[in-house]
Write a protein of this length. Sequence first.
Length: 349
Amino acid sequence: MQHDLRKRLRDGLVIPAHPLALTPDRRLDEQRQRALTRYYLAAGVGGVAVGVHTTQFAIRDPAVALHEPVLALAAATIELHERSGGDPVVRIAGIVGPTAQATAEAAVARRLGYHVGLVSLGGLDGMSLGQLIDHVRAVGQIIPVMGFYLQPAVGGRDLPQRFWRRLAELDEVVAIKIAPFNRYRTLEVVRAVIETGREDDIALYTGNDDHIVLDLLTPYHFGRGRPVHIVGGLLGQWAIWTRRAVQLHAECRQVVAGGAPVPTRLMTIANQLTDANAAIFDAAHAYTGCIPGIHEVLRRQGLLSGTWCLNRQEVVSLGQLEDIDRVLAAYPHLADDEFVAEHRDRWMS
């Protein structure tokens, strides 16, 4: 995998951010955790991201001690899939914390067979831009890096374009997940990569769950050179309705490759998916019900048995369930309920 990692990422992949399946007493539900991974693999994803926000950062709490077990379970499930003839899957591990913690997590991920570390800069507000670059470089000496622009609403910070230029100059960086939920900031990252001349080297991925389809369809051109595209996504939204996400991504890539005008139908779906995401991610309450909202959709499909989170305060918001009801009724074509129902029992076995 390692020798063609950059090519696979540049070709464009659907990468769901893997949730955490818990029992009512908030212990790891290994059967359902494994079933979720099998669901994503059966849906046709090109990668899986584990230990990220959707997996819940509290897995790292020493009292919880689920960080390595959760990464190991996903890796073992993917390995079995590949040994059984399944397509290779890029394994991405979320990397968080100060440099000592981040490099230790990178070492664990590398030992477990992960190919890329998604380096979150959340919680590092005390670091200067230069220190952040050194931090990413330190992780990159252990495992190839996917940079990550995390929106401030969930713990990220605004980072100037000059930071992204310096990040794009690092040989260790193989991709960047752009998730500021902000068009100005998104453009700055793409422009930074182009200005460093590494647009053929660094794969651009959307993490803007509020702008998925249009991110994938939009040509980015800043007056010189050729247009550049965001080729894939690493998204919490793709942790649900994943089979449909794979199909939608393929359709967007086909439109881009063909150079044809974007069909109006895809523009309509773009807005519908954003509306659905607003309900599931609880945008009305600054995303406080984001993870429980994802869990609720998976619970209704029978993949999870509840919406429990490690943090007992993390629950669906007032009115969020009704909003989820609304988008499920309005946009059944975005869901993959029939696909899940057909295969769920086998994934659970």
